[in-house]
Design a protein around this ligand. Structure first.
Ligand SMILES: C[S@@+](CC[C@H](N)C(=O)[O-])C[C@H]1O[C@@H](n2cnc3c(N)ncnc32)[C@H](O)[C@@H]1O
Length: 265
């Protein structure tokens, strides 16, 4: 009897745990992370060389297309709109942006009224099929509880012959590898810090913590795209000259911490 109960409890836990984690993460992004993101993005990161490389690459490739100025772009997890969505709006594209954090979307609306904004979860976007010519997502995929589902959504809302472009933190690179992640495990670090704070009375003891960044194995994306009929894609990295370039290395791309997937729909 006891073991039947424990099997049942385990089943319920296995079923609920990912959902609880997902809800916790989404709440964290909405209520906690977003509070510091405006300052971080604008004052610490700014319009970085990587952002410029992204904007130049996309603009250059879409400009060669006659439809360029009429193209509809979707910025997935747009944040404040600065600097990427802002760049495209100023270049004459029609830009839509979606983000889970109301305060970021409010900021975006106040500062860039030309961007068509939506408060929403990228896991389940309220846009019709085939609405956009280009759907992109930068600096954000590692915050999504179910990245593959978000890629599916990005493919769904993108029109035939359109493109889906997103970056990932590469879990095969040593900065984001399992071993590094284990050493940096926020629970372990938090636990040690709390212990120190308790013993030395050195600061507040805070137990609540959410793991909010999850790097991805590029091979997972490969498999997913292939199994969804998308075999026309390539991977880019950012070189020393600060351009986005196609990778010469093949999977598993140990060398690169950040990878950009470019998918033709
Ligand atoms: C690091 S910020 C990047 C924002 C923007 N792409 C940029 O480059 O400045 C990550 C963004 O992802 C958003 N986000 C995280 N999870 C989300 C979700 N499930 N649905 C929609 N937005 C989400 C956050 O609110 C935040 O604006």
């Amino acid at each position: 009897m006891g073991s039947r109960y424990s099997i049942l409890l385990e089943k319920i836990w296995n079923e609920l745990s990912p959902k609880i984690q997902r809800l916790k993460l989404e709440r964290y992004m909405k209520d906690v992370y977003s509070q510091t993101w405006i300052t971080n993005r604008h004052e610490n990161y700014g319009f970085s060389a990587y952002d410029k490389a992204i904007c130049n690459y996309i603009e250059y490739n879409f400009q060669s297309n006659d439809l360029a100025r009429r193209s509809k772009l979707l910025d997935v997890a747009v944040g404040t709109g600065y600097p990427i969505a802002e760049y495209f709006v100023k270049s004459g594209f029609t830009v839509h942006g979606i983000d889970i954090a109301p305060n970021l979307i409010n900021y975006c609306e106040r500062n860039y009224p030309e961007i068509n904004t939506t408060i929403g979860n990228v896991n389940n976007m309220d846009y019709p099929n085939n609405m956009f010519d280009l759907t992109y997502c930068f600096h954000s995929t590692w915050y999504f509880p179910s990245l593959l589902n978000v890629i599916k959504e990005m493919l769904r809302v993108t029109a035939l012959n359109g493109k889906v472009i997103f970056d990932i933190q590469n879990r095969n690179n040593k900065i984001h590898s399992d071993i590094t992640l284990k050493l940096q495990d926020p629970f372990v670090r938090r636990w040690l810090k709390n212990l120190k704070n308790m013993i030395l009375k050195d600061g507040p003891v805070i137990w609540k913590r959410v793991i909010h960044q999850t790097p991805t194995y590029p091979e997972t994306i490969y498999k997913f795209l292939m199994s969804h009929g998308c075999d026309d894609f390539f991977v880019m990295t950012w070189d020393e000259q600060q351009y986005l370039v196609k990778t010469t290395e093949r999977l598993p791309y140990h060398e690169y911490a950040r990878l950009v997937f470019v998918v033709s729909v």
